[in-house]
Design a protein around this ligand. Structure first.
Ligand SMILES: NC(=O)c1ccc[n+]([C@@H]2O[C@H](COP(=O)([O-])OP(=O)(O)OC[C@H]3O[C@@H](n4cnc5c(N)ncnc54)[C@H](O)[C@@H]3O)[C@@H](O)[C@H]2O)c1
Length: 440
């Protein structure tokens, strides 16, 4: 099939689509495409995900407005189906790849999922299909890994037997569908004709600008935009720690600084998590053979990775003020997901904090309203505790009834890493807040 024929099939919605990887990114995309009028087959190696989707249910937890309904509606109509068998892909015209792309302990890409998906796909890819990699990848991966594997496994040639492009995803948990529909997209094709067809396809469901380009630019844009954010957050975190020593309030400083044109200090916080910001800067730095000159990006990563250790230090300072130490204290961590309103615990700063504290304090408990293992009554969990450590800005913590904790906790200490508790609502608690030098 030529790109002209594919374009016609996209226009009249007879193109058959596939999304490989039904996670936070792939599943909302599959449901959106199905809702657009296409037949969509989702593929995942996790059998329980496939079964859940085929029942019309949503395996993604947390608050995802509209997603349950969209999956349910499109599975019921037959537009969305899931499978674990790559052989079912034999008649697909467009294949989106949305598998995880983490980094290893050496900060290099761990492409096991991507490579496995490409080998499986290469064996069954129909002639004339368009493959779009949406997973975030290190710049150069399209040319060095994706194209060679697909050519080798299929025995076909790029731009003759199949077409290839990169369109990185920009979603955030909690807003998955809204982000897919409303955020602009960069579509990087192997050539301009492929980018043009990709742009036409994305325009059907994205109500924002679509920017066609080459694939190295698309790979760079994604990893650079997340690296930019990581560096900005690291700057905010460094200023927060500086303010603590000066007895100042970083939130007030930030507000006033941001009144100057072109200043945009980000939020400081107890750490950076998820399947994007903590690893995409490493995907960027690992793209070049000589990375010795890179100083800022690795430093930002280390600052942000160090925030759970800083929270530990704030906790120890607070306990000391109360005449206690960690070994004598029962601690309750509030929030295990990395992001408010989400169940996503990948690279969560709370996981690092748990590791640091578990062998050092008398007892450690964790609460999170969105993660089944940590749900439970917060006020019951707080019984006999000496300190609460707020790690995630879940809305439930903004409405914490501090007075209900008074009779239950053994010592009254809150260490707040997300600016959740207002000083005038601390009700007799010692409140230590990240980035605030004053103690109430
Ligand atoms: N989570 C985010 O907020 C976000 C945002 C933008 C971009 N991204 C990028 O999108 C990609 C996917 O991220 P995610 O959060 O959806 O990951 P995820 O772990 O939630 O989902 C990936 C899915 O792919 C499946 N999978 C793995 N190997 C497979 C294979 N060989 N065949 C079929 N299925 C396979 C997994 O079982 C899993 O269900 C990553 O590259 C990530 O960097 C993520």
């Amino acid at each position: 099939m030529s790109l002209t024929d594919l374009r016609k099939k996209i226009d009249n919605r007879t193109a058959k689509l596939t999304v490989i990887g039904l996670g936070y990114v792939g599943l909302p995309l599959a449901a959106t495409l199905a809702d657009c009028g296409f037949h969509v087959l989702g593929v995942d190696v996790k059998a329980w995900r496939v079964e859940t989707v085929n029942k019309g249910e949503n395996p993604i937890g947390g608050e995802e407005p509209g997603l349950n309904e969209l999956i349910n509606k499109n599975v019921a109509s037959g537009s969305l189906q899931a499978t674990g068998d790559y052989a079912d892909l034999h008649d697909r015209d467009v294949v989106f790849v949305n598998v995880e792309t983490p980094v290893g302990d050496d900060h290099k890409p761990d492409y096991r999922a991507l490579i496995s998906a490409l080998y499986s796909l290469g064996k069954v890819i129909p002639k004339g299909a368009l493959v779009i990699i949406e997973s975030t990848i290190s710049p150069g991966t399209m040319q060095q890994i994706v194209q060679p594997i697909l050519e080798e496994e299929s025995g076909g040639k790029l731009n003759v037997d199949f077409y290839l492009g990169n369109c990185p995803e920009r979603v955030m948990p909690g807003k998955l569908l809204a982000n897919i529909r409303n955020m602009s997209r960069v579509v990087g094709g192997a050539n301009a004709e492929t980018a043009a067809v990709m742009a036409e396809l994305y325009r059907l469901f994205v109500k924002a600008e679509i920017d066609p380009t080459d694939w190295i630019t698309a790979e760079l844009v994604k990893t650079v935009e997340n690296t930019y954010r990581d560096v900005q957050i690291a700057f905010a975190n460094e200023i927060a720690m500086l303010c603590e020593q000066l007895g100042a309030d970083v939130w007030h400083v930030r507000e006033l600084v941001n009144k100057t044109p072109h200043r945009d200090i980000h939020f400081p916080g107890a750490g950076v998590g998820g399947h994007c910001i903590p690893k995409d800067p490493w995907l960027l730095t690992s793209s070049i053979p000589d990375d010795q000159f890179l100083k800022l990006i690795p430093t930002a990563r280390h600052i942000n990775d160090g925030m759970p250790a800083h929270m530990t230090s704030l906790l120890e300072q607070g306990l000391k003020r109360m005449g206690k130490n960690l070994a004598q204290s029962n601690i309750l961590i509030l929030g295990y997901a990395y992001l408010e309103g989400s169940d996503d615990k990948r690279n969560s700063p709370s996981a690092s904090l748990v590791q640091m504290l578990q062998d050092r304090c008398a007892s450690l408990r964790v609460h999170d309203p969105y993660i089944p293992a940590y749900q439970g009554n917060l006020y019951e969990l707080a019984k006999g505790c000496d300190a609460l450590v707020i790690m995630t800005a879940h809305k439930e913590y903004f409405s914490l009834e501090i007075t209900k904790l008074l009779g239950r906790m053994r010592s009254l200490l809150i260490v707040d890493g997300r600016n959740v508790i207002r000083e005038d609502e601390a009700h007799g608690f010692t409140l230590i807040q990240l980035g605030k030098g004053s103690v109430v």
